[in-house]
Design a protein around this ligand. Structure first.
Ligand SMILES: Nc1ncnc2c1ncn2[C@@H]1O[C@H](COP(=O)(O)OP(=O)(O)OP(=O)(O)O)[C@@H](O)[C@H]1O
Ligand SMILES: [Mg+2]
Length: 338
């Protein structure tokens, strides 16, 4: 039952499923995931390569290719049903009320158009605003994302900018219409590690300043620990654990989440020179029928029951949820290894 005192989430996703026809059958890439994002909140999605994070964000934006089958029991943005939304509705939402920053800026910036034209396009399309006012807004945002001599950049083309500058331009572009939701899919992987965290922090700070909700997909658990309100842990197409950042970092339940957290140094917990944990094994194939817990082949808590349906568990009063046959993610007599 929804709590009548709480505002409706900005984004509600229930049972999102994505199937892709591939040579040998159907790839069940995303299987029945649920999550909510409230206004102004940052949800971080973490999980290893191939777990379905990008497909999930593309599904929300209505940007999956035509061959790909997307279904959901419910997918709503501010009360607008995204499952049945036609192209026109999606086009009106994208770039205006929800926008996306992609993994690789060179594939999303058009090499044939100037930075100024690309920055102002969405604003001119969605708002009744003059070209001069749109350009003034573009300069203001370029300055906000730390680009100097911003006005002179408007006439430049993407190839004239360094990777770091292009990524900053992408962020400015996503912010132009002050969207209510921004989806940032590993927005800094194309950058030098030294500036990745800096740019992510900048993005989150600007998001907070503008009270935007954000879905941030990143491999950097250090950044997640600093910026996330909520965390969703994705493994082989399923959300295996979701909750507040505090719950997921301080009381992780799913063996995969515990494994991930063992892979990062924890201030005050990891001894100097200690080896970080690794998770042995590989992700199972998701082509054809998928049953039971997808993590069982790599799990240190595996039992026979893991081949059966896995229950959703809610360990506390809050939003914390995880999927495991074990009540606390540990088999009888098992212990937490940290
Ligand atoms: N168009 C497609 N055709 C076939 N398979 C696809 C397609 N798009 C994605 N996949 C597969 O779906 C799975 C999930 O892909 P997705 O890109 O969502 O992963 P990801 O979690 O974003 O990974 P990464 O961290 O590497 O970006 C992968 O196995 C991928 O190979
Ligand atoms: Mg991806």
């Amino acid at each position: 039952m929804p709590d009548p005192l709480l505002p409706e989430p900005l984004l509600t996703v229930r049972g999102l499923t994505i199937d892709i026809p591939v040579g040998g059958g159907t790839l069940h890439a995303v299987r029945g995931i649920d999550f909510d994002v409230n206004r102004g909140e940052t949800l971080c999605i973490v999980g290893e390569s191939g777990s379905g994070k990008s497909l999930t964000s593309l599904a929300l934006m209505g940007l999956l290719g035509g061959r790909i089958d997307r279904r959901a029991a419910r997918m709503e943005f501010d009360g607008i049903d995204l499952t049945g939304a036609n192209k026109r509705t999606m086009r009106a939402l994208r770039g205006d009320r929800m926008s996306m920053i992609f993994q690789e800026p060179m594939t999303s910036l058009n090499p044939a158009y100037s930075i100024g034209d690309q920055l102002t396009e969405a604003l001119l399309l969605h708002r009744d605003i003059s070209r001069d006012a749109a350009r003034a807004r573009a300069v203001e945002l370029l300055e906000k994302v730390g680009i100097t001599a911003a006005a002179s950049r408007l006439g430049q083309y993407p190839h004239q900018l360094s990777g770091g500058l292009r990524q900053r331009v992408m962020i400015a572009m996503a912010l132009m219409c002050e969207p209510e939701l921004i989806i940032a899919d590993e927005p800094t992987t194309a950058l030098d590690v030294t500036i990745q965290a800096q740019i992510l922090r900048l993005l989150v700070e600007l998001g907070r300043e503008m009270n935007m909700a954000m879905i941030l997909i990143t491999h950097d658990l250090g950044v997640v620990a600093r910026v996330a309100d909520k965390v969703a842990v994705m493994y082989a197409g399923e959300l295996v654990e979701t909750g507040s950042a505090d719950e997921v970092f301080n009381a992780p339940m799913h063996p995969y989440t515990r494994g991930l957290l063992r892979c990062i140094p924890q201030p005050g917990k990891t001894e100097r020179g200690a080896r970080l944990g690794t998770i042995p094994g590989i992700v199972p194939s998701l082509v054809g029928k998928v049953s039971g817990c997808p993590f069982r082949t790599r799990c240190d808590q595996v039992v026979d029951a893991c081949r059966q349906d896995v229950p959703h568990r809610h360990p506390g009063a809050g939003e914390h949820a995880f999927r495991c046959v074990h009540e606390n993610g540990l088999r009888a007599g098992g212990e937490v290894v940290t």
